[in-house]
Design a protein around this ligand. Structure first.
Ligand code: FE
Ligand code: FE
Ligand code: ZN
Length: 300
């Protein structure tokens, strides 16, 4: 199973990310090149990248299973403020250049939110922006993420995803997110059917990453609130079957589940759940004492 979680990209950059991933016994990971909410970015340090790659090699982490996620503030859908739209385009270009510098193959991107735009125009704005960005040739491929349809988010169903893939002139891929799909109304316990449908409309070979998250909300809620694995509306067995799915066996699975506090609803969330969530999925066994396991491990 190729599985990991999102990790930070701090002062040690990719090297810090690798170390964190290894602390979760992961063989894949996803990082943001800076805070996901802003566009402040530090210059890539070549020595840290080299060291990171060495450690990855020693620990059997294939760089193809290392994913970057673009910041949320990039919005290619809304062109009302043309300056902001161009800012998003420009930032996305810089992010792809950073990925190329790091040797990262995939950059996950939220397609964007229509805000005041009619959906069809918003979808076209996204396509236009991607066509501008991809005029330059990057080695790194953009993966459009399937969204929950919260607010005016685009990419909330396979028809919209298929529109992107058909109309963007250069190749882009897809990142599935189980919480988003569930919140968008797709039943994750019928995942094989979903994949058949996806294959017909888009093509399974376009799926390069899967975000494995449970959901705090019922099917079709359009909320996008992630829950810990087995502690939400999707449930452990269904998420496990997705991780084990034969057709996606070579695709990295990335957890973006919430940190936990001293209790499930503690205000301060300080402990990462990933070591134990990865263990549950690898062992195919639900841990009904997940919170206790995490707390006793990090408080030792
Ligand atoms: Fe995302
Ligand atoms: Fe996601
Ligand atoms: Zn989400």
């Amino acid at each position: 199973m190729i599985i990991g979680s999102h990790v930070s990209f701090g002062s040690e950059q990719l090297l810090g990310s690798v170390k964190e991933a290894l602390s979760y016994k992961a063989n894949a990971f996803m990082f943001y090149t800076g805070a996901p909410q802003n566009t402040m970015r530090k210059k890539i340090d070549e020595n840290l990248t080299k060291e990171a790659k060495k450690i990855m090699e020693e620990n059997g982490i294939n760089i193809q299973n290392v994913i970057c996620h673009a910041p949320y503030i990039i919005n290619l859908a809304n062109k009302k403020d043309e300056e902001k739209w161009h800012f998003s385009i420009n930032f996305l270009e810089q992010e792809l250049a950073r990925c190329d510098e790091l040797g990262i193959s995939y950059l996950v991107l939220h397609p964007g939110s229509a805000v005041g735009y009619p959906v069809d125009e918003a979808l076209q704005n996204i396509v236009d922006a991607l066509n501008i960005v991809l005029e330059k040739n990057y080695r790194c491929m953009i993966l459009l993420e399937t969204m929950a349809g919260k607010g005016t988010e685009c990419g909330k169903n396979l028809e919209e995803m298929s529109f992107f893939l058909k109309n963007v002139e250069k190749e882009v891929g897809v990142c599935l997110d189980t919480c988003h799909l569930h919140d968008a109304g797709y039943e994750m316990d019928k995942f094989s059917e979903f994949l058949e449908n996806f294959d017909k409309k888009i093509g399974l070979n376009k799926i390069k990453c899967v975000h494995i998250n449970d959901s705090k909300n019922p099917l079709g809620a359009h909320k996008d609130r992630h829950a810990n694995i087995g502690y939400g509306a999707i449930g452990f067995e269904t998420l496990l079957q997705i991780c084990l799915h034969e057709k996606l066996k070579d695709v990295p699975k990335i957890l973006e589940t919430p940190y936990v506090g001293d209790t499930w609803d503690a205000k301060e969330k300080k402990y990462p759940p990933y070591l134990f969530e990865i263990e549950m999925l690898r062992n195919a066994t639900f841990n009904e004492h997940l919170l206790d396991s995490i707390l006793s491990y990090y408080n030792k």
